[in-house]
Design a protein around this ligand. Structure first.
Ligand code: FE2
Ligand code: FE2
Length: 386
């Protein structure tokens, strides 16, 4: 079925530009163009849209008012702001799921809408939306990460300059060196400079570490056993490394290996958000885990109506992680609930997480979905060194 996309902008020139540049998507998208907020709301009253992309500044009903109405009347539509200047005060989840700076580069707009369509089920899950609506703002994509990505993507970008950019952030540099020198990475000898760390780990590993470190350093420590930041940090790095090990042994492409590492490191990022934003509920969740002996995600589902896996996937989707990394994060405890039936990032992260949660040498990986692995044909496969 074609995806229904509605564009709203008061400048006819902008709508014409969108019509022209998105013509190649006509086979997949049913696109409509409205010149004002009221016109858009009238179109939406007649039929639902999967995605609504609106200009921030319009006379009469402006973008924030329009998207506020869309949020209220059509909560299952994904909302995108098109704006000259991105106003951070609007918050990542307040009114829009995504922001795109105008004038939009067609490739960027197409990929954002594609991502929005594939994330729609997650972005508009009622209990997740209800929980997120109680948060004033979610952490925004770290600017250091954006700078590193920009440098890496520029035609004359270099690893040396990536090293320089990271070195300017003293806290990040210290933490990166600490991780690189920890047992997890098995570095050959002491790594004392960021440049050496960047060369040793490569760009993708560095990017994954920047995101993970930023998320963890933005949070305050909690004394809750189920959400202890210290053990979660070690667990996250370890799952990333195990996932990378499995993907490498399976002969996955380098992109897939990098994705497994990134998704592995960030798979439990939702726990950090929950602990930071809902400490009272997290306390109750921990008590439930203790009294019932259930899994943490089951207790979260009972008390919050959603899980750390879905919260984390939501944020990572907003931050622009690949669709399969987001899916791996969303379903890392219950892979059979996903539509992914191939041996890819989800299965790798699920296995790595189960492996890391298992007590050393345990015969049975803890929390593993044996049925799912059997379906993928890897029910009794073993990987060395993980
Ligand atoms: Fe988890
Ligand atoms: Fe985990």
């Amino acid at each position: 079925m074609k995806k229904k996309i509605l564009f709203v902008d008061d400048e006819p020139g902008v709508l014409d530009y969108l019509r022209r540049t998105l013509r190649s998507k006509r086979a997949e998208w049913e696109m409509e163009f409205a010149g004002s907020g009221p016109e858009a709301l009238a179109l939406m009253a007649a039929k639902p849209y999967d995605v609504v992309a609106a200009d921030m500044r319009m006379p009469g009903m402006d973008g924030p008012v329009l998207l506020g109405r869309v949020k209220e009347l059509h909560p299952r539509s994904v909302r995108i702001f098109l704006a000259e200047e991105v106003d951070k005060d609007l918050g990542a989840i307040g009114l829009a799921h995504y922001f795109l700076r105008k004038p939009c580069e067609p490739g960027e707009l197409k990929s954002m809408i594609e991502r929005a369509c594939s994330m729609r089920a997650l972005l508009t899950d009622p209990s997740l939306v209800e929980l997120l609506s109680r948060i004033d703002s979610l952490p925004s994509l770290p600017s250091l990460y954006q700078e590193v990505v920009r440098e890496a993507q520029s035609p004359d970008g270099s690893l040396a300059r990536v090293g320089d950019i990271i070195s300017k952030d003293v806290g990040m540099s210290a933490k990166l060196l600490q991780v690189v020198n920890s047992a997890f990475f098995g570095s050959p000898g002491e790594v004392s400079s960021i440049m050496r760390a960047v060369n040793l780990l490569g760009l993708e590993n560095i990017k994954a570490l920047i995101l993970t470190i930023k998320i963890f350093t933005c949070s305050h420590s909690a004394n809750l056993s189920c959400y202890s930041l210290a053990s979660l940090w070690g667990h996250s790095i370890a799952v990333g490394m195990i996932a990378r090990g499995i993907a490498t042994q399976e002969g996955f492409s380098q992109n897939r290996i990098d994705e497994a590492l990134m998704a592995g490191m960030l798979h439990d990022v939702g726990k950090v958000i929950l602990m930071e934003k809902f400490p009272g509920e997290c306390r109750k969740i921990c008590e439930l885990v203790k009294s019932r002996g259930c899994e943490l995600f089951e207790a979260e589902q009972k008390i919050l109506g959603t899980t750390h896996a879905r919260v984390g996937a939501y944020l990572m989707g907003l931050w622009g992680l690949s669709e399969s990394a987001v899916e791996a994060i969303a379903f890392h405890h219950c892979p059979r609930n996903s539509t992914d039936e191939s041996f890819g990032t989800l299965a790798v992260v699920h296995l790595a997480n189960a492996e890391e949660h298992s007590e050393g040498g345990a015969k049975q990986r803890r929390g593993v979905d044996a049925e799912y692995l059997k379906k993928l044909g890897i029910g009794d496969r073993k990987w060395g060194g993980v």
